[in-house]
Design a binder for this molecule. Structure first.
Ligand SMILES: [Fe+2]
Length: 391
């Protein structure tokens, strides 16, 4: 049977809508669509995730659906970064804007801007007004910077008092970044938990200008919301594992996955970390073979959650061999909830340092030496390690 002929053509419908909109009563400002007198409120952030020498992801939340952009200033040069996904500008309450093509070692100022979308109709969506964050400054890492300092915590496990206590101990003026080595959670159930139990107290200390670098822990693979985590701690690369060129340190942030085999019954066949870790290892191998900064930097540091590489079918033999071959100097990890230090031995050509749950590590590196100082949450020195640069 033939479909009935439409009474109006698409063209006449468009024209009709256009006339309606132009004649609509709530049109504000000079926009040709309806703009209501309502602005989004910034409820979380903005903060900087996974800063590199040329990129960073800016993350924040608004109380109502909005679209987002970041205005970046560098002296008199102004650039706007507005994301799109498959050709559409994202509209939501969580905003991620990745800034790319930045200059290494440069100081930038940025503002996060959110514009309210009141009703997302097919044509003539109703909009609202914009809100901006206060201008904040950050400096990109650089392979050429003379020194680098960063602070490290791990296994905060939803204890916000612990987070606040440790964050108060950080020398923010002297830290280029905060590194969290994973297990911020027991498991992840919701967006509110992500903010309340980790990101909110962390970002309160970081502010909008110091970057958070995150190595995923085994507990972050668990729970109904675990699959959404990457949207809250995004990386410009879109991956939980990545490398950073920070002057004297070439930092490798790795994802050590789960602590049990994929076919362990508790996972009910929902884990497939074996191919994931194989892809990660292939990336690390290719990176170690091609990165000029890895080859030339005075120090190579691996930051990851499980100090023994996590559960792997070969117990991590291939990873240890690659780390030795890549001349890794230091592995810093967590997971054990207690401090331990293991000097290089017959198997490992690198120092291994396991940070405890209520401890803060500060890593400082120059071209000549890398220093790690680990403090208890009472400020007592737990351990100091000085690694001289190789000849
Ligand atoms: Fe863990």
């Amino acid at each position: 049977m033939k479909a009935p002929r439409p009474r109006t053509t698409l063209a006449s419908l468009c024209l009709g809508l256009a006339v309606l909109a132009v004649q609509g009563p709530a049109r504000a400002q000079s926009e040709p669509y309806k703009v209501f007198d309502t602005r989004p409120v910034f409820t979380e952030g903005p903060f900087l995730s996974a800063l590199s020498d040329t990129s960073v992801s800016v993350v924040w939340m608004t109380d109502a659906p909005s679209h987002a952009k970041v205005v970046l200033r560098d002296g008199d040069t102004v650039r706007e970064f507005e994301p799109q996904v498959d050709g559409l500008v994202p509209v939501g309450q969580r905003h991620v804007v990745t800034l790319e093509g930045l200059t290494p070692g440069k100081r930038y100022s940025y503002e996060a801007v959110a514009t309210r979308v009141v009703r997302l109709k097919p044509y003539w969506p109703d909009k609202g007004l914009s809100s901006s964050s206060a201008p904040a400054v950050f400096t990109t890492f650089s392979p050429q910077q003379k020194r680098v300092s960063f602070s490290v915590v791990t296994d905060t496990h939803e204890d916000t008092a612990r987070i606040t206590r440790l964050m108060k101990m950080v020398d923010w003026a002297g830290s280029d970044a905060l590194l969290h080595l994973g297990d911020a959670f027991h498991w992840i159930d919701s967006e509110e938990q992500l903010w309340a139990k980790w990101l909110r107290p962390t970002v309160a200390a970081l502010g909008p200008g110091k970057p958070l670098l995150f190595a995923r822990g085994n507990h972050e693979l668990r729970g109904a919301y675990a699959r959404q985590l990457a949207g809250y701690v995004p990386t410009p690369e879109g991956s939980y594992y990545y490398a950073r060129s920070m002057g004297p340190v070439h930092l490798l942030v790795l994802d050590t996955g789960e602590d049990k085999a994929d076919d362990t019954n508790v996972y009910a066949r929902l884990n497939r970390t074996v191919p994931y870790r194989e892809a990660e290892l292939a990336w690390l191998r290719a990176h170690a073979a091609s990165s000029t900064h890895l080859a030339s930097a005075p120090f190579r540091v691996v930051a990851m959650h499980q100090g023994d590489w996590g559960w792997l079918p070969d117990n991590g033999v291939a990873w240890t061999a690659l780390a030795n071959q890549a001349r890794v100097d230091l592995v810093i990890a967590g997971h054990d909830h207690a401090f331990s230090y293991h000097p290089p031995d017959q198997t490992h050509a690198y120092h291994r340092l396991i940070l405890g749950q209520d401890q803060l590590a500060r890593i400082d590196a120059t071209a000549r030496e890398l220093t790690v100082r680990i403090l208890s949450d009472q400020g007592a020195l737990v351990h100091a390690l000085i690694i001289p640069a190789r000849d």
